[in-house]
Write a new protein. Structure first.
Length: 413
């Protein structure tokens, strides 16, 4: 029992030290509020206050109020001397006290270190966060706020039950899928805004594949048309972005229908890994690493694209169900080829949902793989007709190897 208490105190001290190190490294002068020693003591004050509170009720509240007074007085003095009205360190000091206090409880000792790491990460990433905020346009902010309202205010109000013909229309499920897909795209969009697509083709290929591999392929084809000197580097970005699509598909299925992952893993990983390897070989063959201009990605949280994706997803869901009823698996495969050209995410999730109670897992995996291949062929067309003939030929050879690998993997499932 005594060992447990000692461990809790040590974790509280470690939390104070972690946050204190970050704060002390950011200090401009020696007269600032707190450094590593002070934060360690604040965390210790928090856990000691909870411990003493067991013997003297209200001691925790009095201790916290005392800290607020000390922090407030320090803020007044420092503001008067330096003119700096920033209050970050003072707020973090109060949070450190709370985290230290949490360490005394059995549940809190698991939560406190997590929040300490998050807080330290936010403090350390100050410059990146400010840089990201400056890059956000007013239109992007408004679009994001609109989507968040629809996702977290309207979504819970939608009925979670099937209705209409064929029992495939579920308002809650369909909109939840829209939120999920947009969130994946937005994660890549944020990373692209943080670093900038113009920084290098490596980032463009990897992160761009999370947002839209089609957009990357189109942009690279246009760039090669203007300057064929960057052809090898453009091949890398296009191939790696397309390879990331296979990994994205695997992640989507993992969330929607985990039972499919063991079967889908073979074709998706085979195509994805081979694509990345071939892309790296193209990367090593060139000294050109810059894109030269930023690729224009649409904000995934814009309301109109989200609604359009929802409509497309519903259409594909109906089309797939009808194809399965009247034409069996062959009808589903044709639907996958057609749908994959337009949007691989919609057909992927449709198959993952139908595999739960309508179609077999083998058929679903084959249909998803065919859709991914169809989308890959479409990007080859973009490379050939928008870019130069040589660019299209190189992309065609690489994509042919990727597609062949996927088909062989499906055949042996």
């Amino acid at each position: 029992m005594h060992i447990d208490i000692v461990l809790k105190f040590l974790i509280a001290l470690a939390i104070g030290a972690l946050i204190g190190i970050e704060r002390e490294r950011k200090q401009v002068n020696k007269n600032e509020f707190a450094g590593i020693r002070t934060f360690i003591l604040i965390a210790l004050m928090g856990i000691l206050s909870v411990y003493i509170n067991e013997f003297y009720p209200n001691f925790l509240a009095i201790s916290f109020l005392g800290l607020i007074v000390l922090v407030g007085l320090s803020y007044m003095v420092s503001t008067r001397e330096t003119g700096d009205i920033g209050i970050t360190t003072e707020v973090v000091a109060l949070l450190t006290f709370i985290l230290g206090a949490l360490c005394y409880t059995d549940d809190g000792i698991r939560i406190a270190p997590i929040f300490a790491i998050i807080i330290t990460g936010l403090l350390a990433a100050k410059s990146y966060i400010h840089k990201f905020v400056r890059k956000i346009s007013e239109k992007e902010l408004i679009n994001t706020l609109k989507f968040l309202i629809i996702a977290f205010v309207i979504l819970p109000l939608l009925p979670d039950q099937t209705m209409g013909p064929l029992d495939v229309f579920n308002p809650y499920q369909i909109w939840l899928v829209v939120v999920f897909i947009s969130a994946i795209s937005y994660a890549g969009y944020i990373m692209m805004k943080l670093v900038g697509a113009e920084r290098g083709l490596g980032l463009t290929g990897i992160v761009g594949g999370l947002v839209s591999s089609t957009a990357v392929a189109t942009a690279m084809a246009s760039r090669v048309k203007e300057n064929e000197f960057i052809i090898r580097a453009a091949v890398f970005a296009t191939v790696v972005a397309s390879s990331m699509m296979f990994l994205r598909i695997l992640f989507e299925v993992l969330v929607i229908n985990p039972d499919l992952v063991s079967l889908l893993m073979v074709p998706m990983l085979s195509m994805g890994i081979l694509g990345i390897v071939l892309g790296v070989l193209a990367w090593k063959a060139t000294k050109v690493k810059e894109v030269g201009e930023e690729i224009k990605f649409k904000n995934p949280f814009s309301l109109r694209p989200a609604l359009l994706f929802g409509v497309l997803f519903l259409i594909i869901l109906f089309m797939s169900k009808i194809a399965d009823i009247y034409f069996g698996s062959s009808g589903l495969y044709v639907a996958s080829i057609i749908s994959g050209v337009a949007d691989v995410d919609a057909i992927t999730i449709s198959m993952a949902l139908l595999a739960k109670n309508t179609i077999s897992q083998d058929v679903a995996v084959t249909a998803i793989t065919i859709a991914a291949i169809s989308n890959t062929v479409m990007k080859f067309g973009i490379a050939l007709f928008i870019g130069t003939r040589r660019f299209g030929q190189i992309i065609g050879v690489i994509f042919a190897a990727i597609i062949t690998t996927g088909l062989i993997a499906v055949f042996f499932i």
